[in-house]
Each structure stands twice: as structure tokens, then as C-alpha cells.
Write a protein that binds this ligand. Structure first.
Ligand code: ZN
Ligand code: ZN
Length: 456
């Protein structure tokens, strides 16, 4: 009887766990997302004031100095300040449009309620968002299912002591291999990013290996994938606040938490487009590499440096393929080549579903920012370096519905494959047996025909 009761309690607790988790979530009932295009410097100044006085929560650009005349601005307006803000906007004739009528509606619809069952299902669905415990479980599964190719490694431990694992996809070989690195989820609320890392792993294991044109990549290249960089923040975004962005480390002399891990790298740290204020969403931390997550990634990359051909980091939103730099308008030494390959990748992406991406350095096409992992990798002279801001352009922003996971991942896959193909062909020009054989055939037949012509 006793055991029976416990059994019932256990089963029912498991069953309602996701529901309990949702009820802890911060509420965004009545909050709206507005889009502005300030006409002149006066309106720019006014918007900056609204941000600084915390009337609005700026999403695009990420900090007030990034607001420019004629530049697009996205911001969340809390329900409590909506009337005041709209009144002020009207007074100043500052035009706006409503991107999201009620954020809470989007949040409630993002994961369909009939789907809550899936938390107990066995097969990993790549068209769903997954809480961290499922992503840990999925990594175990990948390692088990692809013993020949996949290994799991500990990169470090987060502030809240969660293990940071990455997956290494590598075909056994005696030859030294080069590395392509990809991390996702440095910003907690950008859920589509970890979804893409999971998708990418599956595509490498299934699609790449099935096609000789992409299978050849594995002869010389190992893929290192960190599916969620900011694990503490990601967990927090599932359990407490869906729109959380930073890590979860405490801040000295402040009640606010968290460092923007993409402002914490040693690349002109906290000089521009970053904040020393603990409460800011772009807080740069107390020093470069002050956070355990940053130390883990930076340490690993430094150690593996000579072998890393490409650094890829996945974000949302904005539909951009960014190359160095953010902290300066000086371009990288191989800027032209990175632009050319980036544009080719954007073309391949657009061919999938017609989605348009812009390509260029953040300082030129977006805004200045410092301390980003991309700029840090750029300073290390890693040959290829792309930061991809996935869908969308603001309609669903961070709350991209699950039915867009598949098209987003498909198009991003086309872009990433284009980049990898270029890198591969550049570094291993003699490694394409089909092409070599073809040219060899053409040459021999030329010589043979010359020989026979001479004979005649
Ligand atoms: Zn799953
Ligand atoms: Zn991001």
C-alpha cells in the first residue's frame, strides 16, 4: 500500500512537471513589441532616454548608442508603461508599428499544449525546442547511436556547476585533422540557435555521410559542436524567464544577475556597445574572461588554435551573416574572401525558402560592439569566422514558433555547407578524387590524341 502511494505520487509528479515549470515563468501579459524608425537626432535622443529610464526594453539594436536616424528599432514595452510611452510617442509624432500585440500570447503558443506529452517521448524531434535535460540526453544518444563517429567531451563547467559538453564528429584516421568549431546558444533566449546545432549534428551524421560530395569533408575535418554555450541562462529561460539573455552569475554590489557572455571575450573588452552596469542586458562582466563559460570556450580554442579552420557561432535574430569586426571598422586581412564566401552562403540560403540575409561586419552593417567571441576569434587569425543571426526579422523575434524550426535549419544548413565546402576545397585542393580523375582523363586523352595525330 505504501509503495503504491509513492508510485502514484512519482508518476503524477513526472506528468505535471512541465506544467509546474510553466507556472513559474515571468509573465509578459499585455507587453508589446514595437518597431520605430526615428526620423532625426531629436527622436533618436528621445528613444535613448526611454531606454535609459527603463520605460522600454531595447532589442534591436542592443544598446541605446546603436539607435540611429532612419535605423530600425525594436523594443519591448511592458504593459504597465504602454499608455505613457504611446502618449509620449504621439506627442513627438514618432511613428511606430506594432510587431507583437501581446508577448504572452506568443509565449503561450510557442509550444503547443497538446505537445506537452512529448517531454516523455523517446525519439528526439528536431522540429521541437528542447529543455536542457533533453539536450543532455540527446548528446548521450548521439554518442551511443554513432559510436564510430561521435564522442562527447567535457569543455568546462558553468557558474551553476552544469557540465558543458561538446560533441566531436570524427572519422578515424591516421592523418592529422583540421577542426570546424560551432557553438550555439551563447544568448539564452535565442532558442532557435541550439535547435540548429542539434539539426547540424544530425545532418553531418546522416546527410553528409550519405553524399560523396560532403562525405569527403570527414576525411580531413573534425566537427566540434557545443550545442548550448550558456547553459545556466538557457535553463533559466525555460523555467523562469523566457526572455532571459545573459549567464546567471551574480554581480558585485548589485541585485542584478548575469553577464552577456558575448561581451566577455578579450577583444577590446567593454570599450563600445557593452555595459559595466550589472543590470544591463549587455553587461560585459567584471573583466575579460571573468565567466567560467568564457574561460572554457576560449581556453579550448586557444589550445586547438593551429588546427581550427573555421569558427562558427549561431545566434538569432536578424537574418545576418556577420564577419569580423564589431569593435572597429578596420576589416580582417581576408575580408574580401570572407565576404565572397558569405555572400555565396547567403545565396544558397535564399534558394531554399527565399529568406534574405545580409552579409558584412557588424561595425559596418549593424552597430559597434566589443568583447564578442567572433572578434576574439578574428584577433586570433582564425581563417574563416562567421556569426550567423538566424530568422526572423522581428515578426516573432526570439519567440520563433516551432513550425519555423525546419525551414530555418534547412536554409541555414545550405549556408553552412557552402562555407564548409569552400574551406575544404581551399585547404585540401588535391582531396577531390572525382575531379582529379576527370582532369587526369582529359589530359591523357589529349596526349594520346596528339601522339596518334603525330603518328598519322
Ligand atoms: Zn527530445
Ligand atoms: Zn545572440
Amino acid at each position: 500500500m505504501f509503495t503504491m502511494q509513492w508510485w502514484i505520487i512519482c508518476v503524477s509528479t513526472l506528468g505535471i512537471f512541465p506544467l509546474i515549470a510553466y507556472s513559474f515563468q515571468a509573465q509578459y501579459n499585455g507587453d508589446q513589441v514595437l518597431q520605430f524608425i526615428p526620423a532625426d537626432s531629436e527622436q533618436v535622443e528621445f528613444l535613448r532616454q526611454l531606454v535609459e529610464n527603463e520605460w522600454i526594453d531595447l532589442w534591436k539594436p542592443q544598446f541605446p548608442e546603436g539607435i540611429q536616424p532612419q535605423g530600425e528599432v525594436h523594443a519591448r514595452i511592458p504593459a504597465s508603461s504602454l499608455d505613457t510611452v504611446k502618449g509620449e510617442l504621439k506627442e513627438r509624432a514618432l511613428q511606430y508599428s506594432i510587431l507583437t500585440q501581446n508577448i504572452q500570447d506568443l509565449l503561450d503558443r510557442q509550444i503547443q499544449s497538446e505537445d506537452k506529452q512529448r517531454f516523455n517521448s523517446r525519439a528526439h524531434e528536431y522540429t521541437k525546442y528542447h529543455p536542457m535535460e533533453e539536450i543532455y540526453h540527446w548528446m548521450e544518444q548521439m554518442k551511443e547511436n554513432y559510436k564510430e563517429l561521435v564522442t562527447q567531451h567535457l569543455l568546462g563547467v558553468t557558474y551553476e556547476k552544469r557540465p558543458m559538453y561538446y560533441l566531436k564528429i570524427s572519422r578515424k584516421s591516421d592523418r592529422p585533422k583540421k577542426i570546424i568549431w560551432m557553438d550555439c546558444g551563447i544568448h539564452a533566449r535565442e532558442w532557435i540557435a541550439p535547435a540548429f546545432c542539434q539539426w547540424f549534428v544530425r545532418e553531418v551524421l546522416e546527410t553528409y555521410t550519405a553524399d560523396p560530395n560532403t562525405d569527403r569533408f570527414l576525411e580531413h575535418i573534425d566537427f566540434y559542436i557545443l550545442p548550448v554555450l550558456n547553459i545556466d541562462g538557457y535553463v533559466y529561460s525555460w523555467l523562469k524567464d523566457r526572455l532571459w539573455r545573459k549567464s546567471r552569475s551574480p554581480c558585485a554590489n548589485s541585485t542584478c544577475f548575469g553577464t552577456d557572455l558575448n561581451r566577455n571575450y578579450d577583444a577590446k573588452w567593454c570599450s563600445i556597445g557593452a555595459s559595466r552596469n550589472c543590470c544591463s542586458t549587455i553587461h560585459c562582466g567584471s573583466a575579460p574572461e571573468s565567466e567560467p563559460e568564457t574561460i572554457a570556450v576560449a581556453g579550448f580554442i586557444r589550445k586547438s588554435l593551429p588546427d581550427i579552420l573555421c569558427y562558427l557561432t549561431i545566434h538569432s535574430y536578424g537574418q545576418l551573416i556577420l564577419i569580423p569586426y564589431g569593435y572597429t571598422n578596420t576589416t580582417a586581412s581576408n575580408h574580401e574572401e570572407m565576404m565572397r564566401v558569405g555572400k555565396k552562403a547567403a545565396d544558397a540560403l535564399e534558394q531554399k525558402h527565399g529568406t534574405k540575409f545580409k552579409v558584412g561586419p557588424s561595425s559596418l552593417i549593424l552597430y559597434y560592439l566589443s568583447g564578442s567571441s567572433q572578434d576574439w576569434a578574428g584577433d586570433l587569425q582564425i581563417d574563416f569566422n562567421y556569426m550567423i543571426e538566424l530568422r526572423d526579422n522581428g515578426t516573432y523575434h526570439f519567440i520563433l514558433p516551432e513550425n519555423q524550426i525546419q525551414p530555418t535549419c534547412e536554409e541555414t544548413m545550405a549556408a553552412v555547407t557552402t562555407i564548409i565546402e569552400h574551406i575544404y576545397d581551399k585547404h585540401f585542393p588535391n582531396a577531390a578524387p572525382a575531379v582529379v580523375a576527370l582532369w587526369w582523363g582529359v589530359l591523357t586523352s589529349c596526349f594520346l590524341s596528339m601522339y596518334f595525330v603525330n603518328l598519322l
